[in-house]
Design a protein around this ligand. Structure first.
Ligand SMILES: Nc1ncnc2c1ncn2[C@@H]1O[C@H](COP(=O)(O)OP(=O)(O)OP(=O)(O)O)[C@@H](O)[C@H]1O
Ligand SMILES: [Mg+2]
Length: 382
C-alpha cells in the first residue's frame, strides 16, 4: 500500500535530529506520525517494541493495519482520524493487532497537526496497557466473587434463622396432629388430620432443605471413594434423566477419597442431573458427569492457599443459563420453572452441601452452549 503522492505531510519530514533521537529512545510508547489520510510517516522504537513491526515494514502503509478486521470493516480507523481533526483530539482504549497477529490492549491518543488552517497530519501515541487491563479485570472478577459470596452468606444466615423457627412451629403442629389423630374416631376428622399432616410433612422437608442451605444440618461424614459412589448411583441417575438423555460417567483412574455425607452428595448430584434433564429439549441430549482430583483454591476465600479437591462436574448440552440469572440460581427459591414444577431449592442444596463440607461450587454456562456445575469437596489427605 505504498503511498507515492506528494502530500502536505511531507513537511513533517524535517524534524531536528535531537528530537528524532528523543522519540526513538522512548520504548514504552509507540509515537509516530500519520499523513492526513492515515499513512504512516515516522516510526519509533516504542512502535517496534509494542507492535512488532520495524520502520521499514510500516512506513508508507496505512495505520489501519493495527486495527482488528471487524473494526476496519466498520470504518473505525478513518472515523478516529475524523474525530481527532474535528474535536482537536481522539483518545480511546481498544484492541490492536501486533505483527504476529496477537492482540494487545492499547491506550491511543491521536492529535491533529495543523499549520495555519491546513491539516498536516496526525501525531499518534499508543501505549500497551494489556497488563493493567488484565489486572483490572481480575480485580473486578475477584470483587464480584467476593460480593457473591457475601450475598450468599447473608441469605444463608437469614434462611437458617427462618428455617429454625419454622422447624419448631412444624414440630408443634405435627405433634398436635398426631395427638388429634390418635384420639379421634371420626373418619372425616381423621381425613382432615391426614391432609394437614401431609402438608406439615412437606413443610418439614422444605425447612430441612433450607437448613442444608444455611449449613444448619449436621453432616454424617463417611470416608468415601467418590468414584465408587457415583458408579453405584449411575442407574438411578440414568433413570432420573429419562430415556432420551444419555448420562455418561467419566471417573478418575485412582480412588477419589473424601469425607462426605453420602446422602447429601447423592442428593446434590441428583439435583444437578434433574436440572439438566429439565433444561434439555424434549428431543433429549446428553449429560456428562466427570470426577477428578484437582489442586486449586476457593476463588471466594480471602487467602491464596490451594488444596486438593475431589471435583465432580455435571455438564449438559442444553440451552444454558441466561447471564442475568447466573448470579441468582444458587439462591433458595430462585426458579424459572412454573409453579409446582420446581421449588428453586435444588442448587441451594448443592451450594449448602458443598460449602458446609468445606468446599465450593462453580457454575459455567454460556447461553446456547450448555451448563456445567462443578462441586469441589476437600480431598482426604493420605
Ligand atoms: N443445567 C441447567 N440448564 C439450564 N438452567 C438451569 C440448569 N440448572 C439450573 N438452571 C436454572 O436455575 C434455576 C434454579 O435451579 P434449582 O435447581 O435451584 O431450582 P429448580 O430446578 O427450579 O427447582 P427444584 O430443584 O427445587 O425442583 C432453574 O429454575 C433453572 O432456571
Ligand atoms: Mg433443580
Amino acid at each position: 500500500m505504498q503511498h507515492n503522492e506528494v502530500s502536505p505531510a511531507d513537511e513533517l519530514g524535517d524534524e531536528s535530529r535531537q528530537f528524532a533521537l528523543l522519540l526513538d529512545s522512548v520504548t514504552d510508547y509507540a509515537i509516530y506520525m500519520l499523513d492526513p489520510r492515515g499513512y504512516i510517516r515516522t516510526w519509533n522504537r516504542g512502535g517496534s517494541r509494542i507492535k512488532g513491526y520495524d520502520a521499514a515494514d510500516v512506513i508508507g502503509t496505512h495505520f489501519s493495519r493495527f486495527y482488528t478486521a471487524p473494526e476496519v470493516e466498520r470504518g473505525v480507523p478513518a472515523r478516529n482520524l475524523e474525530t481527532s481533526s474535528r474535536d482537536g483530539r481522539f483518545e480511546a482504549e481498544g484492541w490492536r493487532v501486533r505483527k504476529d497477529g496477537s492482540r494487545f490492549r492499547a491506550s491511543v491518543v491521536i492529535d491533529p497537526i495543523w499549520k495555519d488552517d491546513r491539516l498536516l497530519g496526525y501525531a499518534k501515541v499508543t501505549r500497551d496497557i494489556t497488563e493493567r487491563y488484565k489486572a483490572e479485570l481480575q480485580l473486578q472478577e475477584a470483587q464480584q466473587t467476593l460480593m457473591q459470596a457475601q450475598k450468599m452468606e447473608a441469605i444463608g444466615k437469614l434462611t437458617l434463622g427462618l428455617a429454625h423457627d419454622f422447624n419448631n412451629l412444624l414440630t408443634v403442629i405435627v405433634n398436635s396432629l398426631d395427638l388429634i389423630g390418635a384420639r379421634t374416631r371420626d373418619e372425616a376428622i381423621g381425613r382432615y388430620v391426614m391432609t394437614a399432616m401431609r402438608g406439615a410433612e412437606r413443610g418439614v422437608l422444605l425447612t430441612r432443605q433450607l437448613l442444608t442451605f444455611g449449613s444448619g444440618q449436621t453432616l454424617a461424614l463417611e470416608t468415601t471413594d467418590v468414584n465408587e459412589l457415583l458408579a453405584e448411583n449411575i442407574e438411578l441417575l440414568q433413570r432420573a434423566a429419562g430415556d432420551l438423555v444419555h448420562v455418561q460417567l467419566e471417573l478418575a483412574d485412582d480412588p477419589l477419597v473424601a469425607d462426605i455425607d453420602r446422602a447429601q452428595f447423592e442428593a446434590a448430584v441428583l439435583n444437578l442431573v434433574s436440572n439438566s434433564r429439565d433444561a434439555l429439549p424434549p428431543s433429549g441430549g446428553s449429560i456428562t458427569i466427570t470426577a477428578s482430583c484437582q489442586q486449586t483454591r476457593d476463588p471466594a476465600s480471602r487467602h491464596d492457599r490451594t488444596g486438593h479437591f475431589v471435583v465432580v462436574e455435571v455438564v449438559d448440552d442444553g440451552p444454558g443459563i441466561p447471564l442475568e440469572h447466573q448470579a441468582r440460581v444458587f439462591e433458595p427459591f430462585f426458579t424459572t420453572k412454573e409453579v409446582g414444577q420446581g421449588s428453586g431449592l435444588g442448587l441451594s442444596q448443592v451450594f449448602g452441601f458443598a460449602s458446609q463440607s468445606g468446599g465450593f461450587v462453580q457454575l459455567r454456562s454460556q447461553p446456547g452452549h450448555g451448563t456445567a456445575v462443578t462441586i469441589h469437596l476437600p480431598a482426604r489427605e493420605h
